[in-house]
Write a protein that binds this ligand. Structure first.
Ligand code: ATP
Length: 290
């Protein structure tokens, strides 16, 4: 039996700007995304059944058409006429509904993994076009690394690699719906927008201090307003030596950049002692080496 095991990595937003609302109801975005090494693990194998079978370490996570991994497998089967069965096991570590694109990254790993396992001749570009039909962040999760994402997140420009940095990630125990955050987004409540051209230059120059001073996510105006714990976490990270701290995506996850693993560990212990947070991780940024 052939088997493949893949890492499906999470992303954080270095910037996130909303430029306006489109006629189709989606918001026009401009954001700089960065892959981190915190990841889910996806194991894929094949059998003679002809069916798709998905399992997960989280019993409460749906493993049918509601799961993006299942939908990726169904789309690959249909598009490339795969007759054999596909068995997938998903081990989740990335916080769910957290603004870290966990589901999209699992979906991307399923597309790439199934292509590789069945030796299908499809380029990454082709998979990105397929992935876009499953979710706006899926193409980015295939590209990975440092990128500017525009449109609804699907128009990608690769950026220079991010400086190697330790990242502390903390997800407060609240659930945030991405759709609800965009639904109550009000441009008039935003007092600061990111400058993505400046940020690109800072990344090119590996100026981590400049990056930290200019990180900006306009969705904080909605999510922090509803959940003050996010502002409190950012403050706690900065008090405990973070070079910079920001909410990722639509939240509620907060991340901080640290000079060293030891400093991040001291902050992790401090935050664990003060907040009811189980989902807290130290990781590093991931660059593709392209
Ligand atoms: P984004 O940053 O793109 O907004 P997110 O981190 O907010 O993503 P996800 O963790 O990707 O959100 O998942 C949100 C919802 O999608 C969950 O409520 C879950 O039921 C559903 N979902 C579908 N497939 C998956 C998957 N493979 N892993 C996690 N959630 C999934």
């Amino acid at each position: 039996m052939e088997q493949l095991r893949l890492n499906a990595r999470a992303k954080i937003n270095i910037t996130l700007d909303v430029l306006g609302k489109r006629d189709d109801g989606y918001h026009e975005l401009s954001m700089i995304m960065q892959t981190v090494n915190l990841c889910d693990n996806l194991t894929i194998s094949t059998d003679k059944s002809g069916d798709i079978e998905l399992s997960s370490n989280y019993s409460w996570l749906p493993c049918d058409e509601r799961n993006l991994v299942y939908r990726a497998a169904a789309l690959m089967k249909e598009t490339y006429g795969i007759k054999k069965g596909i068995r997938l096991h998903l081990e989740k570590n990335i916080p769910v509904a957290a603004g870290m694109a966990g589901g999209s990254s699992d979906c991307a790993a399923a597309l790439v993994g199934i292509r590789n396992l069945f030796r299908i001749k499809a380029s990454d570009k082709e998979l990105m076009a397929l992935g876009k039909t499953l979710g706006a962040d899926v193409p980015y999760c295939i590209l990975r690394g440092t990128a500017l994402a525009e449109g609804i997140g699907e128009k990608l420009t690769q950026l220079p690699p991010f400086p190697n940095t330790t990242v502390l990630i903390a997800k407060p125990p609240i659930n945030v719906s991405t759709a609800a955050v965009f639904g109550s987004f009000d441009m008039s409540k935003v007092d600061k927008h990111p400058d993505n051209e400046l940020m690109t230059e800072l990344i090119r120059n590996k100026d981590i201090e400049g990056i930290c001073q200019n990180m900006c996510n306009v969705l904080e105006s909605v999510t922090i307003n509803n959940y003050p714990i996010i502002a409190s976490l950012k403050k706690a990270m900065l008090e405990k030596d973070a070079l910079g701290s920001l909410m990722s995506g639509s939240g509620p996850t907060v991340f901080g950049f640290y000079e060293s693993y030891d400093k991040a560990l001291a902050a992790l212990r401090y935050i664990r002692g003060r907040y009811n947070i189980r989902e807290i991780y130290i990781t590093t940024v991931f660059n593709t080496g392209r």
